[in-house]
Design a protein around this ligand. Structure first.
Ligand code: AMP
Length: 287
């Protein structure tokens, strides 16, 4: 397997992207926080199939963590990540230090108002401003033609799409399906926090989403009823501490009065040390 080059400086990143463009090549970006798994690799492989140069950024972004969250302990393993990037077809890894990304305390922040305040934003108020700001910086540093994000973080994908549209960023934001373990648990770097007895309990998010989907498939059009079906599955798992179970319009993330059109079911719960999220799309018009 070929080794993938890794750079830590913005100037080196730009040079590599400019060289690819000078050859007439397209550039794809896969932003990550590292500790990669097959879900990340599916994004890298998609980008590699659609672009001449695929850049994977690996940066645990302090701006998107609140006091008391897991910034300091977020799992890190650059050597393993580099192998996984090479394996999936990446052409370059950008792994900057915090001082390279934030040489001075930023006075500028990107806030996608409304989308940043609901669901995950309710529990993590500054989170999406931190995400939008770092992704805007990565777009400015690299100038990718396409950027790849997982539906696993559905609200993040919605925030980035809206940011790119509102700010006329010349990048196509590509959403990619969620990669799951065979038992339905969405792959996540944070799954490593799960103790052996917590691992089976973590499937409760997927089970809860299926209960929500079943309720809609069986005819419920009342968001409260569908959310109650999801919440009761979460509540029945003794090792899970539920945060929210919601059904929203897939585009606006607003809760409709009556369920119709394209919906997104979203759940969040803490299992042991791990705060886990998951979601599922559903088109009422195509049931
Ligand atoms: P992270 O490193 O967790 O910030 O994730 C980096 C990117 O990978 C984000 O766009 C995530 O949505 C995406 N991602 C994370 N887990 C999965 C998964 N299980 N399936 C697909 N994409 C994922």
């Amino acid at each position: 397997m070929n080794a993938v080059p890794v750079v830590g400086r913005v100037a080196e990143l730009r040079e590599a992207a400019d060289a690819a463009r000078a050859r007439g090549g397209s550039v794809g970006l896969v932003p990550t926080m590292g500790y990669l798994h097959e879900g990340h690799q599916s994004l890298v492989a998609r980008s590699a199939a659609e672009n001449d140069l695929t850049v994977v950024s690996i940066f645990v972004n302090p701006l998107q963590f609140a006091e008391g969250e897991d910034y300091g302990t977020y799992p890190r393993d650059l050597d393993r990540d580099l192998e996984m990037c090479a394996d999936a077809g990446a052409g370059l890894v950008f792994a900057p230090g915090a001082e390279e990304m934030y040489p001075q305390v930023p006075l500028t922040s990107v806030a996608v108002e409304g989308l940043n305040a609901v669901l995950e934003g309710w529990s993590r108020p500054a989170h999406f401003d931190g995400v939008a700001t770092v992704v805007a910086k990565l777009f400015a540093m690299l100038g990718p033609g396409r950027a790849y994000f997982g539906e696993k973080d559905y609200q993040q994908l919605a925030v980035i799409r809206r940011m790119a549209a509102d700010l006329s960023m010349p990048v196509e934001v590509v959403g990619c399906p969620t990669f799951r373990e065979p038992d339905g648990l969405a792959m996540s770097s944070r799954n490593v926090y799960l103790a052996a007895d917590e691992r089976p309990a973590a499937t409760v998010l997927w089970r809860s989403l299926q209960a929500g989907r079943d309720a809609v498939v069986q005819g419920s059009r009342d968001p409260g009823e569908v959310e109650a079906a999801m919440a009761s599955v979460l509540a029945a798992e003794p090792l899970a501490c539920p945060d929210y179970a919601a059904v929203v319009n897939a585009a606006t993330l607003e809760r409709p009065d009556v369920l119709d059109g394209e919906l997104r079911l979203l759940v969040a719960a803490r299992v042991g040390r791990a705060r886990l999220i998951d979601n599922l799309g559903l088109d009422v018009g195509r049931l």
